[in-house]
Each structure stands twice: as C-alpha cells, then as structure tokens.
Design a protein around this ligand. Sequence first.
Ligand code: HEM
Length: 427
Amino acid sequence: MKHPFSDVAAFQRDATSLLSRDCRDGEPLKRLHLGLRPVYQVTDPDLVKPILKADETILDKGRMVHKLRSVVGMSSLTISGPENTRRRAAIHEQLRDGLAQHFVPVVTDLYRQVWSRLPEEGVVDAHSFTGPLALRVICSVLFGGGVLTAGDEAALITCVKLVEDDLADSITRVLPALPHRQLAKRRNLRFAMAAMDLVVRRARDNASEQSILRGLRTLGLSDTDLRDEILMLMLAGHHTTGTAGAWILYYLAKDPVLANAVRQEALQACGPDGTLDARRLTRCAVSLNVVKEVLRLYPSSYWFARELKQDHEIAGQPLKRGTSLIISPWQMQRDARFWSDPTEFRLGRDYGGKTYLPFGAGPRACIGIQVAMLELQLLALEFARNMDLEIHSPVPAPLPRPSLTLIPPPILVSGRIHHPHHAREAA
Ligand code: HEM
C-alpha cells in the first residue's frame, strides 16, 4: 500500500518522467499517488476521446484547473456549461473568417523586426526571443495590430510574467504556500490586475475589427470578467507557442537541408511583393509538418486533467466522484507502443491517430489551435526564408524542463541574413 502523497515529489521534480513511467498494455488506468483523492493517468488511447467528449455532468475540468481561478478568475478556461460554450463561440466566430489574411502581414512584420536584428545580436538563446515574440503575437490577435502602444505592451508583458510563476507554483502545489509566499503572490497579483485593467479599459474601444476583443465585447461581460478572459488568453496563448517556437528554430538551425526545404516552400508561397501570401499557406506541407512534429515531441500542454463529478465506471473499473484523470500528450506522443522511433524528429508521420493530441480534443479542446498553428508555421517560413541559422548548443538538445509548460533547454543560435536582397531590406 503506497502513501497517498508518495508521487508528489517525483511529480514536482520531473512530471514528464513520472507520466512516462510504467505505461503497460492491459493497464488502461495507471494509479498516481498525488494526494488524498484518487488520481489516475489514462494510458489507453481508446479511452481518451470518450473521456474528453463525455458529458460535463459526468466528467469536467476539476480541482487542478480551479486552482487557476485565483489568477484567471472565471474565464473560459475555468468555467463550464453554457457560459463556456457562449464565450468559446464568440471567440471562434471572431477567428473563423479571414484569420490568415488578416494576421499574416501583422505577424510576419513582428517576426521581421526580430530576425533582422539577429545578426547583430550574435549567439542568443532561441527561447529568449520566441517567448516575448509569442506574447506580442497574442497581443495583436487579442487587440488587433497597432492598437496597443509600446507602453501598453510592456505593461502587459510585465503582468503576465508576474502571474505565471505563481501559476506554475499553484498548479503543482499540494500543501498551502508559506505565509510570506502567499503575501508576495497577492501583491504581485494586485499589481498585475491593476496594470491589466488600465490597458484593457484603454484598448477595448479601439479593438480592431478582426481582434478577439471585438468578439468578447459582444458578450456584455463586466470589466473584471473581460480582463480575466484577456489575461487567461494571454497566458494560455503565449508560453505554449513561445516554447514550441524555440524548438522549431532548433531544428531549422541544426538541419540545413530541412531549413532549405522550408525556405523553398516559403519562396513559393510569396506574392509578387515578396511577402508571404496567406492563401498559399495551405500548400506549405513541409513547414506544417515541422510544426506538427515539434508539437508531437514537445507538446507544450504536456498534461491536462478531468475530474469525475459522479461515481462512474471506466474500463471496467468503478471510480469514485472526485477522482482525477490525467491525460498526457507527452506520454502518448512518445510511447513506443504507438510510434516508431518515438524520440526521432521525423517528417511524414501520420498525425491522424488517437495518440496525437497536442491541442486536446472534444468540447474543451484548445480554442487557439488555428492561431497557434498559423503563428508557428509563419515562424518556420519567415526564419527559414530570411536567415541562415547556426546552432551553438549541444545536439541532440537535452530534454525540456516540465513546469506550467515544457521549458526548452538553452538552444543557442546565431543567424545571418540569407539573401543579399533581404540584407538590404533589413538594413
Ligand atoms: C502550441 C500552442 C498551444 C498548445 C499546445 C495548446 C494546448 C492546449 C490544450 C491541450 C488545451 C486543452 C486542455 C484541456 O483539455 O484541459 C488547451 C486549452 C485552451 N487553449 Fe490552448 N494551446 C496552444 C495555444 C493556444 C493559444 C494561442 C490560445 C489563445 C489564442 C489558447 C487558448 C486556450 C484556451 C482558452 C483553452 C481553454 C479552453 C476551454 O477550457 O474551453 N491556446 N490548449
């Protein structure tokens, strides 16, 4: 009989190892000892979609997500039922038409500002610029390009940084934090919320036609709910893409043949003015597969959970109300039972199976999937087209460090402008 907390230390130290350990055929649910209430990891892919698509009166987001309410309040990540459906619909409606046409010029412009400075900066850690870049991208998706001033953007970046360390701490915390830690947390939160309030109030009336904020405004939310929704979208939508972006640059830097294939594709996708044409992106299969393979090997949301809202039987096992079920894309997408050479980066895999779920599935799947895929594909295309990247850190790179998302190891790269024409443009 194991101690009910016996896996807590291993989970906090290295959750990916714990989640990958002892997943066997014939054992669809693996018991984890993470507290007084039962926790199981779902290791049978046939159970995943039924669990994620189950009625929310049976299975819903649970305690682990409710911990986030102290930071992101009652936003679409932390609420269920009709209000979640209503908010998701408003965001989807806003993203449905013309996302690519509208955001390709805005996002590629942001990327250009970064890659054109890379040669001067020498050797840099890829994540040190893909992280802030992803925040700027999510800001323009939320508010529309050119709505935030540089000061607004800096304030938002500061508040996101302030809250995310606390978030990482609270999601894995089993025992309450020490009083001085709680005090610091409350102080950071108060400051972050005040700064957010200020920016959101200023930006809400200027939000451009194609921004998520326009969609949210139709919902008639209170100022606080609107602020929480925006903070949540910024949190959900930047670390995830920022960390994946660093891995994309790693593969482009370490493999010139791959970089050249993506470059050729980018050149084919350019319009007469030499910039990427949104309508041609669907033909860019290589860059799309680079993104999919990076998200297989490094799924930013490497685990998520559901909780039983009533006693229920799963895989013939009776489970009590309050039981948590953890699903780990990290484990499923690297499991040798389902993938050949699972740790190899290889294009041309089949991503249609039950074990590929970087964005989750069902009614609570990621809202930002189109934004994320577009943003990451554009990163691959823009950097491959314009830069010759070189890697200066160990290859193969060490494994990422599991925290709120998967933090990449230092990926040191340098870059030279690829084409003389572009060198003139950047100068
Ligand atoms: C590579 C990038 C991303 C990955 C891997 C990712 C992954 C995920 C996953 C796995 C979930 C489902 C969690 C669950 O079922 O409990 C999720 C939910 C969510 N994601 Fe993402 N995400 C990414 C980018 C984004 C972006 C860019 C946005 C915002 C535009 C976003 C907003 C959200 C929101 C709001 C939810 C909660 C949806 C709900 O509970 O109804 N994500 N994401």
